[in-house]
Design a protein around this ligand. Structure first.
Ligand SMILES: [Fe+2]
Ligand SMILES: [Fe+2]
Length: 178
């Protein structure tokens, strides 16, 4: 029975496991961004609330993209448990610090998976991962730029209001032409 099951997929058990772990990581990120959106909304940061809601949707898309790949390859994609999502955050700035930390952790996680793919000669999964590795450039950039607004604008006076307004306007140019 076991042998027959393994014939259904070229994914090794280890690669299938780390892909499922990444599915969970994306689901956790989606839940965290939604919690950040709610916190921003409660604290009067309307634009950031919209920004984090959008981030949350994107993380779910990432989760589904990985989920589809595992399924398409004949593997067993696991719908993850998402529990213990944080509700409260210390400060407006703290939310953005945590968001950047999360994105860096995701990049590192994809690097580790890519490394495993190379070591096990799973070039199919390695190629599939390129989209995510590329996407993390933008994800980190936007999160870093958002946090930098706190330094550039400052939180004094109407600073927080200005920061909030600018957050959704951050754009990543993936060209070096201009
Ligand atoms: Fe993601
Ligand atoms: Fe992300």
């Amino acid at each position: 029975m076991k042998d027959l099951l393994r014939l259904r997929t070229s994914l090794t058990e280890e690669i299938e496991r780390v892909l499922n772990e990444q599915i969970k990581m994306e689901a956790d990120a989606s839940a965290m961004y939604l919690a950040m959106s709610a916190w921003c909304d409660r604290n009067g940061f309307d634009f950031s609330a919209g920004y984090f809601k959008k981030q949350s949707d994107e993380e779910r898309e990432h989760m589904l993209r990985l989920f589809k790949y595992v399924s398409d390859m004949g593997g067993r994609a696991v719908s993850p448990d998402v529990t213990g999502t944080q509700i409260e955050f210390d400060s407006f700035r703290g939310v953005f610090e945590q968001a950047l930390q999360q994105e860096i952790a995701v990049t590192q996680s994809f690097n580790r998976i890519a490394d495993k793919c190379m070591k096990t000669k799973d070039y199919v999964t390695f190629t599939f991962l390129q989209w995510f590795l590329n996407e993390q450039i933008e994800e980190e950039y936007v999160a870093r730029r958002a946090l930098e607004l706190f330094e550039v604008i400052g939180e004094e006076g109407t600073g927080q209001y200005e920061i909030d307004k600018r957050v959704p306007k951050i754009k990543y140019e993936n060209t070096y032409e201009d």
